[in-house]
Design a protein around this ligand. Sequence first.
Ligand SMILES: [Fe+2]
Length: 370
Amino acid sequence: MNLGFTGQALITEQVIVDAATLARIQDFFADCSAVLGHLETSILPDGPVYPMKDRTCHFAEAGHLSALKALGLSHLNLAGNHAFDLGPDGIVATLKGLAVHDLFGIGGGIDRHSACAPAIVTTPTHRLALWGRDAGPQPDVVYASDERPPLKARPGIAGLRIDRELQVDPAGARELNRISLETGHSQWSQLRAEIGYDPDPTNRRFYGTPFSVGDQCQDRYRVNATDWSELDHHLHHTDADYHAIHLHQHHWGYDWKTSPQWISDLGKSLIDMGMSIVAVTGNPRVHPIYRYRDGLILTGLGGLIFHTKREAKYDDLVWSGQLVRITVSGQLIQSINRLPIQVGGPLGSERTLKAGEVQTLSFEDLPSLE
Ligand SMILES: [Fe+2]
């Protein structure tokens, strides 16, 4: 079985692909049972719609999705930070737009149940489950909810939320608590906690920022326990023998040229859970592919299409992407083919989608996270 992966498609206008590039990418994905990418936009509904953002509100017309189908994609992760830019109506229109092009959305749905469900692909050798999740940070409203009469279900995306947490050393904690006492923040917080308004009173929150105390000051990333349990339960009750997940994250890190440690750690935990391939997008740069046990962690797939209006503000690394084809036999990964690409840009710019030369790697060639 061959599986294809692409980076994020941030589409706001027509996608231009020349015939030669189209043919090369189609050929690269030709024998794949599924090709999974990430859709970093929302599709315009037929009627008027409320914007959910004032800045970087991304939307496209349904017809713009045809380029993704032509390139060979079959599935798109919707769980990202632009799926909800047009709210529930945008989610519904996106699902409809995908269906028109015979594309399948994962990680987004008309309610929480459908947003969290995997797409199942049956191949001659495998029953494959494809999952989509968003790691945040985002407001709760973007995540789909189930019906709670008299409230309707809310269309939205599926979360595997990562909470960023400040850890301070004991001296740091004493100083934060001293400032809180001196300014009256501790008393303010205590009063709110007493009426059930603040979930976390007193000395573990500094002006809204939760913190923990440890040996040293540290930027920590913790998986939301509810989201983790839901995915774990769902995976082990899904009739499939191979699992892959596309995960979108907007935490990035303090060095955008490298993949932060928490992504590798999360990838390992997901493989321990039962995933075989963990593919990550978010930071629009290519980051390494690692092996761990029998699985792969693609820590940063980079871009596919990048219709940014802030081209001048990004470094050139955001224009390098990669397409990946993974050959699987049983539960073992046999080989990995990488096709470097130049990410497609906005109309009228010099940025057009171009494909380089295929590189073939064996599983053992990859750096290990064991
Ligand atoms: Fe994003």
